[in-house]
Design a protein around this ligand. Structure first.
Ligand code: KIV
Ligand code: ZN
Length: 517
């Protein structure tokens, strides 16, 4: 009988601390719903005291999620615990997650507290939180650089005061698999009341060992694993959920463990997080990268054709990657389209289906065949839709190596239409300047990336832009078989988000970083 481990997802908290990764409340809720479908055991929804937006996002997620516990992070301060509880109290399974640093370096230079003060804080705050909530997680920040003897005392105190989970973070990604194995083993041997609690680990990837360290801790007896989708997170990120889960699944023979995660939701969750944060997944990324299941070398292709297991240790279907067969064309009707969307595992509302079908018809008119990857890209584009402000009516772009690029853009805003012409350094620059003339304000283009959804000359291109206005950064995404149109749509998508206030204050993100970590 396999032992069960728990997956604690912190994409919405630690993941959101990665540079340039901030989401608004709707985006966070969308991700939380996907995490629930993925069947993670715990969703860490945010850090309630960090900002009003974080607090509201946690509260909204707590109300809507039923299948996973919802946790909120707090420092060892009663005002933090009050806010965390206020944010998660309506969850079906609420959890308060309290942390304080336990390494000498953090206590001396960041907290300016002695060991005795930290021990006292831990006992008091866990007891305080326990009055609100039965499920309390306690994290010893920078545990891997803490004096082990002190760490045992801290954990003993937290458990005695009511902590149901004790978390051992490798906050700065410093440890190695062997060392971490031995730390977890020693914690099990030296913390007298350890059997009353769950041991959790939380590994950062600064030296590229987050997943290896996590798996090593599992072998030493950790039963809750903290991770993020696509491994996003502070600095180099956290252990990637898809890697940890698929390693445990693929090597059941070695680990003898199972998780509740529905692995067939992995690919979809990864695409969603990448789309909403505007962070591309490297093609060679384990499990979810575009090349993860591609066999390029002739000798490999030959092997896979005669017997898949020669070079494939996992099946693409196990992460929800459908065969990219040609499915639909311009004569395909509504029923065929709806059935395909369901088959791909998406549960769209009627109006979302209608809008996606219109986009599909438009695409089918331009492309001979529409593949599953195309349809998934069309579905994903719903996450970046902001309706109601500016819509693109038409555009004309003139460019070449002997002329100055010129763009003429006509946009609709309610009953009004406006057209402007601008020149620029290349077609995109000209088009973006024309848009800015129409809306009467300009933005800083922080990032611009293009990739194709499928191969072939008529492939859809996806453009992701990040725009900045003062402290606000927004991500926009555009999809089209015409790369200039995709760029204009992405820019407009970001502009609409910016103007509709669907933004996240980068100031808040920075506050989280400097105040607390
Ligand atoms: O990395 C870390 O130490 C953390 C804690 C708050 C768990 O994110
Ligand atoms: Zn962390």
């Amino acid at each position: 009988m396999n032992r069960q481990i728990k997956i604690f997802d912190t994409t919405l908290r630690d993941g959101e601390q990665s540079p340039g990764c901030s989401m608004n409340i709707h985006e966070k809720l969308e991700i939380a719903k996907h995490l629930e479908c993925l069947k993670v055991d715990v969703i860490e929804a945010g850090f309630a005291m960090a900002s009003k937006e974080d607090f509201e996002a946690i509260k909204t997620i707590a109300k809507s999620i039923k299948g996973s516990s919802v946790a909120a992070l707090a420092r060892t301060l009663s005002k933090d615990v009050d806010a965390a509880w206020e944010a998660v109290k309506s969850a079906k399974q609420p959890r308060i997650h309290i942390f304080i640093a336990t390494s000498d370096i953090h206590m001396r230079h960041k907290l300016k507290k002695t060991r005795e003060q930290v021990l006292k804080d831990v006992g008091q705050i866990v007891k305080y939180a326990k009055k609100y909530c039965s499920d309390i997680e306690f994290s010893a920040e920078d545990a891997t650089r803490s004096d082990p003897e002190f760490l045992y005392k801290v954990f003993e105190t937290a458990i005695r005061s009511g902590a149901t989970v004790i978390n051992v973070p490798d906050t700065v990604g410093y440890t190695t698999p062997d060392e971490f194995y031995s730390l977890i083993t020693k914690i099990r041997e030296n913390v007298s009341n350890i059997d009353e609690t769950t041991i959790s680990v939380h590994c950062h990837d600064d030296l590229g060992m987050a997943v290896a360290n996590t798996l090593s801790a599992v072998r030493a007896g950790a039963t809750q694993l903290e991770c993020t989708i696509n491994g996003i997170g502070e600095r180099a990120g956290n252990a990637a959920l898809e890697e940890v889960v698929m390693a445990l699944d693929t090597r059941k023979d070695l680990f003898g463990l199972t998780s509740n995660v529905d692995t067939t939701q992995i690919y979809r969750s990864s695409k969603l997080v990448s789309a909403l944060l505007g962070t591309a997944i490297p093609p060679n990324k384990a499990i979810v990268g575009a090349n993860a299941f591609a066999h390029e070398a002739g000798i490999h292709q030959h092997g896979v054709l005669s017997e898949k297991s020669t070079y494939e240790i996992m099946r693409p279907e196990s992460i929800g990657l459908s065969e990219n067969k040609i499915v639909l064309g311009k004569h395909s009707g509504r029923h065929a389209f709806d059935a395909r969307v369901r088959e791909l595992g998406y549960n769209l509302t009627k109006s979302e289906l209608n809008r996606t079908f219109v986009r599909f018809k438009d695409l089918a008119g331009k492309k001979k065949v529409v593949s599953n990857l195309d349809i998934e890209a069309l579905i994903q584009s719903k996450y970046t839709e902001v309706t109601g402000i500016y819509r693109l009516d038409r555009f004309i772009v003139n460019s070449g190596n002997t002329i100055t690029s010129t763009a003429s853009i006509k946009m609709i805003n309610g009953d009004m239409t406006k057209e402007e012409v601008a020149t620029g350094d290349g077609p995109m620059d000209a088009a973006f300047k024309a848009i800015e003339k129409i809306i009467g304000t300009s933005f800083m283009l922080e990032d611009y990336s293009v990739h194709s959804v499928t191969s072939g000359k008529d492939a859809q291109g996806e453009v992701i832009v990040k725009l900045r206005k003062d402290d606000n950064i927004v991500v926009g995404r555009g999809l089209s078989t015409d790369i200039v149109e995709a760029g204009i749509k992405a820019y407009l998508n970001a502009v609409n988000k910016m103007l509709s206030g669907a933004t996240t204050q980068e100031e808040d993100t920075n506050a989280k970083k400097t105040d607390n970590f």
